[in-house]
Design a protein around this ligand. Structure first.
Ligand code: ADP
Length: 235
């Protein structure tokens, strides 16, 4: 690993869906560097390629061409299993729809990524409790998603994302299902992980008010980076 290299470097990333006449180029050559600890909002119209690039960054999909370096490692050269390991050990995910297991307690939901890692039960429970405390859900461990508000469910999802101490948090419209007040609380929480723990955050959002929490705003248009600017941030 090269200490001076950016955490993430995309160079000439393209993505074509389908073949022949039905082929559609969703990404047309993305160059993007993200340093460790940055908080980046990804914006742009529907269909501009935001999800496609997030899926590539999240090792859930592979580019058609171009290179994706993570800590100097060429992700596009990894096997599927190696990419899964990278995902499990370095990345945390937060989704618009929370994606929690119903009829499963908050604690067990948060423990899931640690089960995939094969961690023993005692350390899993302890880490999940700590993560729930960090998102302000002390005392809610035994509640199932149906017994929690939308904001609380997203807090559980954030706890699940950070319980593995990931390098990067990938958030896809994390406040898309929440009212304005709750959205702000969730953004404050995500910001705090960025600022206090140095977690790199990449967040897709349609909402300019939420993008204001980020320190950098990248706009996608038609499969390309249209603008990339430093944001003053919320006062
Ligand atoms: P955004 O997240 O900005 O709304 P997407 O990355 O989801 O945009 O999609 C970019 C373009 O690629 C869209 O035109 C979409 O229809 C197309 N696309 C996305 N996924 C697929 C797929 N699996 N097969 C075919 N086309 C796709």
């Amino acid at each position: 690993m090269n200490a001076s290299a950016p955490l993430i470097r995309l160079a000439g990333i393209t993505k074509t869906y389908g073949r022949g006449q039905a082929a559609f180029q969703a990404l047309k050559g993305i160059d993007l560097e993200i340093a460790q600890g940055e908080f980046v909002a990804v914006m742009g119209p529907s269909g501009s390629g935001k999800s496609t690039v997030m899926n590539i960054l999240g090792c859930l999909d592979t580019p058609t061409a171009g290179s994706y370096e993570f800590q100097g490692v060429h992700v596009e050269r990894l096997t599927r299993d190696q990419r899964a390991l990278l995902r499990r050990h370095f990345l945390g995910f937060v989704f618009q729809g929370f994606n929690l297991l119903a009829r499963t307690s908050a604690l067990e939901n948060v423990e899931l990524p640690l089960i995939y890692r094969g961690e023993p039960a005692a350390s899993r429970h302890a880490a999940a409790r700590t993560a729930l405390q960090q998102v302000g859900l002390d005392g809610w461990e035994r509640h199932t998603p149906g017994e929690l508000s939308g904001g609380q469910q997203q807090r559980v999802a954030i706890a699940r994302a950070i319980v593995t101490r990931p390098e990067v948090l990938l958030a896809d419209e994390p406040t898309g299902n929440l009212d304005t007040h709750t959205s702000r609380e969730i953004m404050e929480l995500i910001s705090s992980f960025s600022i206090e723990q140095g977690i790199t955050v990449l967040m897709v959002t349609h909402e300019p008010d939420m993008a204001e929490y980020a320190r950098r705003i990248v706009h996608f248009v038609d499969g390309r980076v249209d603008s990339d600017r430093i944001n003053g941030g919320v006062a």
